[in-house]
Ligand binder design. Structure first.
Ligand code: AMP
Length: 694
């Protein structure tokens, strides 16, 4: 029978756990009887890999060829480390650590270990996750799922009895990363609601500060000598740091080049040197709370995980932030591996259940491990990044990162976006999509996930404009998959991931080449936000706005939002960023511009769009009779003359003759029922998209 384990593949230490015969997750100690194994790799004299304490001892002994902290470079193709006579990628080195943990578990349990749920920082992006999966494969492990570390910790916590539903913050400060996640733990379900983090903030930064403290207290010759041995200095700093978690002062005594160097650091001095690091974790925590609209009153407690939360300053900081001491009861170094083991057991249980359904009567008496009953088995997670692609801005003057799936999206999940594309029709067409993870429009600010090349377009009579529906999906491990279909033919296209060209992102700093057939377009949605829109009309209008945007090719179409009633508010200047558009739609509120119908949006539409040369639209939504309809009709005509097309959509007590007056043509005036608003907006979006580019 297969045995599945959970592995916490840490930056500095790793751990492996399984679900024991009593149904409880349990750490499997290594050959030295220790629960944690250092994520440090070296080669012995025979060129065989050495992992863990022995390798770490070599590092402390000043041996140059020791690999550590490689998790920080996971998925980075530029990072290679020379050990022995070959170069190693972070995935190669991680595979050695995983293989060691696998062997350790097999030795302790006496059975082959075939499956492992491996944990990754919440903040890991697609290439980092893909490299982790690859490491598992090379270690001979079947990795059915990657799990985020804070989720694993929350699951370990959720396995303990407690009040029915608890909302907690998992404060995960490890060796190399900091993650803060908002998690809801219920009796059956654990839901990660949102996450924030810094990929380059961790215990290692505390070590760096401590080296500063060690050196500053030494006579110059000693400081110079010690600084010339950075490996030794760092290992010693980490040791002092850990001592300072238990004592008020710590001393290092080192013999280098025949000299004995003695450095003393007090906890007080160390804490003072690290205050800003704690502050950084605080800023990310506040950002997360703000983003989710919660306050500290909504938070049941803060769960510390990761080795670095052992520092007393962290516990004090958590209490300072949240007003209560950190939650206790789970071991900060073991929680992640224990949660991963529980997840592995849950997956095996589900698989056994599937087999039972498929093969009734089959003997599953041996199906192990089985997790204790009465603990949450549903685990829902989010992705901490926004998924986007490189696009031309509305004016076609520069490249921007256009967000498609905003951050904190549930996994698994998917979204489809249309792209307008001019096909030569000779059967050799290719379309390129540069997929990114990043929060801003700046092309220098994102991680490039890959160049997806779409081919397989059928040959046709000649050139034609096509709409390609590209779907983005996150699987259970938050890895990205891209598929594409041509809308008219419905034929699935071929999507290949290709290596990124060396000039990315620099090439996107140049202005896009002119003369493309993909006509840029700007659309303003102008929504009546008067008092009568309160309640379901607003909710339906927001839904319609979303349906509208989902049908647009945001690589060529920029969308802006205007709310109006007694005043006009340009709540979003036109942008290609789906996340900004979604946020602005969500923020539409009745009353924000007054409750009446005293004004109209056409002067602002004219101001925003009159000087633009590409195609311009405004879809105006009206639900009642405006105070100055004839004046508004006149101002709308000025927009028509300037080449801005106005599409008028009315419902409720909107005046149909007036709608025809403000629309650019009678076909562009529509009266509908509230329940059909989304459908109408979706159709308008499709029509203006398909009318483009000719
Ligand atoms: P993790 O990535 O969760 O394994 O955390 C490893 C980090 O925790 C490393 O930077 C360790 O130096 C740090 N760490 C472990 N134990 C302690 C301790 N007692 N005091 C301070 N830091 C510690």
């Amino acid at each position: 029978m297969d045995t599945a384990v959970g592995i916490d593949l840490g930056t500095t230490y790793s751990a492996v756990a399984w679900v024991n015969r009593e149904g409880d997750p349990e750490i499997i100690p290594n050959a030295h009887g220790e629960p944690l194994t250092a994520s440090v790799v070296t080669l012995d004299a025979g060129g065989r890999p050495v992992v863990g304490a022995e390798a770490k001892a070599d590092q402390a002994g000043g041996r140059a060829e020791v690999a550590h902290l490689f998790k920080r470079f996971m998925g980075n193709p530029a990072f290679r480390l020379a050990l022995g006579d070959r170069e190693w990628s972070p995935a190669d080195l991680s595979a050695l650590v995983l293989a060691r943990l696998k062997a350790q578990a097999e030795a302790a349990l006496g059975v082959p270990v075939t499956h492992a749920v491996v944990t990754v920082p919440e903040y890991f992006t697609h290439p980092e996750r893909a490299a982790t999966l690859e490491a598992g494969r090379r270690a001979g492990l079947n990795v059915p799922r990657l799990m985020s570390e804070p989720t694993a910790a929350a699951l370990a916590y959720g396995l303990r009895p407690g009040p029915d539903t608890r909302c907690l913050l998992v404060y995960d400060l490890g060796g190399g990363t900091f993650d803060i996640s908002l998690v809801e733990v219920g009796p059956d379900e654990i839901t990660v609601i949102a996450a924030e983090g810094d990929h380059e903030l961790g215990g290692r930064d505390w070590d760096d500060r401590l080296t500063g403290e060690m050196l500053s207290g030494l006579p110059p010759e000693d400081a110079e000598l010690l600084a010339a041995h950075p490996g030794v200095l760092l290992v010693e700093a980490e040791r002092l740091k850990q001592t300072l978690s238990a004592r008020r002062a710590a001393e290092a005594r080192l013999t280098l080049g025949g000299r004995t160097i003695k450095a003393v650091v007090t906890r007080q001095a160390f804490e003072a040197a690290c205050a800003d690091l704690l502050e950084q974790t605080g800023q990310l925590t506040v950002k997360l709370l703000e983003e989710t609209g919660l306050t500290w009153a909504d938070i049941h407690g803060v769960l510390p995980v990761g080795g670095s939360t052992r520092m007393p300053m962290v516990a004090r900081w958590i209490e300072h932030m949240s007003g209560r001491p950190p939650m206790g009861g789970i071991h900060p170094d073991h929680a992640v591996a224990l949660g991963a083991a529980a997840q592995a057991a849950i997956l095996l249980e589900a698989e056994a259940e599937q087999t039972r359904l498929r093969l009734p009567g089959s003997d599953l008496g041996e199906a192990r491990p089985i997790l204790r009953l009465g603990v949450p088995r549903q685990i829902k997670n989010v992705v901490a990044h926004s998924l986007g692609m490189i696009a031309e801005d509305a004016a076609g003057e520069r490249y921007v990162n256009s967000v498609l799936l905003p951050r904190n999206q549930r996994v698994p999940s998917n979204a489809t976006r249309p792209y307008q594309f001019r096909l030569k029709g000779d059967g050799g067409d290719t379309m390129e999509v540069f997929l990114t993870q990043g929060e801003t429009g700046d092309v220098r600010d994102c991680v490039y996930l890959g160049r997806y090349v779409v081919t397989g377009f059928p040959a046709a009579e000649g050139p034609r404009d096509a709409v390609i529906d590209v779907s983005y999906a996150y699987d259970d491990s938050a890895l990205v998959q891209v598929t594409a279909v041509e809308r008219v033919t419905g034929a699935p296209l071929v999507v290949n991931v290709e290596e990124l060209p060396a000039d990315v992102p620099e090439r996107f700093l140049q202005p896009p080449r002119r003369g493309g057939s993909r006509a840029a377009m700007t659309v303003y949605l102008a929504f009546d936000l008067s008092g009568s829109m309160a309640g379901s009309p607003l909710a339906e209008a927001q839904k319609a706005a979303r349906a509208f945007v989902s049908q647009l090719d945001l690589t060529t179409v920029a969308v802006g939002l205007i709310g109006f009633s007694d005043r006009v508010d340009v709540s979003l200047p036109a942008t290609n960023n789906a996340a900004d558009i979604e946020r602005a739609i969500r923020r539409f509120t009745v009353g924000s511009t007054g409750y009446g119908n005293a004004t109209h949006p056409f002067d602002d539409i004219h101001r925003l769009l009159a000087d633009t040369t590409h195609r311009r639209f405004s879809v105006v939504l009206a639900d009642g009779v405006w105070s100055e309809q004839s004046h508004a009709t006149g101002r709308a005509r000025r927009c028509h003359k300037a080449g801005i097309e106005i599409i008028a959509v009315g419902f409720g007590s909107a005046d149909q003759a007036f709608l025809r007056g403000i629309a650019s043509s009678t076909e562009q005036a529509m009266f509908t029922q509230l329940g059909s608003l989304s459908q109408v907006f979706g159709t308008i979006a499709r029509e203006i998209t398909e009318g483009g580019g000719h």
